[in-house]
Design a protein around this ligand. Structure first.
Ligand SMILES: [Zn+2]
Length: 216
């Protein structure tokens, strides 16, 4: 993927997260790491209407050309994650309503209720509140960085990452869907969790599928 494709991908994912109401107004931010540059959405930009100009190219220290727009005010958390997790290639911060409602309620979302959540998300970490744009937010995530790509930020929203931007988006989409299903199951009065036997079977099937895919 070249830089232009990376920018186009941010524009496309921005539109998707806006249309799905994972962000409203100018909420949220998106970035992709390309070698030693990071492309990140500009401060105040509506994610549904991003253009090439509203994607800022910064280095790992957050420096950017004086002629470009300012990057998102949450840039420091993106940079800190890229510095700490070398395999992470993209990050999305959003405020999807179901997942965020659990973050506001201070209730963790279990992954062992749906096969996709268990296999794809693996671990949803609910972290303490940190004031947006400050180091507090990164400090709350830092201890769990190596365990998860999926975070619920208390009284704030979500942060998902992946090797690619599509992976970060799928993590966000599965997270929000799991939160919605969990919310509805709670309102029905019962939540069944998958048993260890069922989970082990899932792991087995998933590793077999991975092997088949890697042989192709
Ligand atoms: Zn936010």
């Amino acid at each position: 993927m070249d830089n232009r494709e990376a920018i186009n991908e941010i524009i496309e994912i921005g539109r998707l997260i806006f249309e799905r109401k994972y962000v409203v107004a100018n909420d949220g931010n998106i970035s992709i790491r390309m070698n030693n540059r990071i492309f990140i959405s500009a401060a105040g930009a509506c994610k549904g209407r991003l253009t090439e100009k509203s994607i800022v190219s910064v280095n790992i220290d957050g420096e950017y050309s004086p002629s470009s727009f300012h990057p998102t005010s949450e840039i420091n958390i993106h940079l800190a994650i890229y510095r700490n997790r070398h395999k992470i290639g993209a990050i999305i911060h959003a405020h999807p309503p179901y997942a965020t409602s659990f973050a506001v309620a201070g209730i963790a979302i279990p992954v062992k209720i749906l096969p996709e959540a268990f296999l794809t998300l693996k671990n949803i970490v609910l972290v303490n509140y940190g004031t947006p744009t400050t180091q507090e937010l990164f400090k709350s995530i830092e201890p769990y960085l190596s365990n998860s790509n999926v975070f619920l930020l208390a009284n704030h929203g979500t942060l998902t990452s992946g090797k690619t931007l599509w992976e970060a988006f799928y993590n966000l989409e599965i997270l929000e869907n799991t939160a919605q299903v969990y919310h509805l199951a709670i309102s029905l009065g019962n939540v069944n969790t998958l048993s260890n036997r069922q989970l082990n079977k899932l792991k087995l099937i998933s590793s077999k599928l991975k092997k088949v895919r890697s042989q192709k």
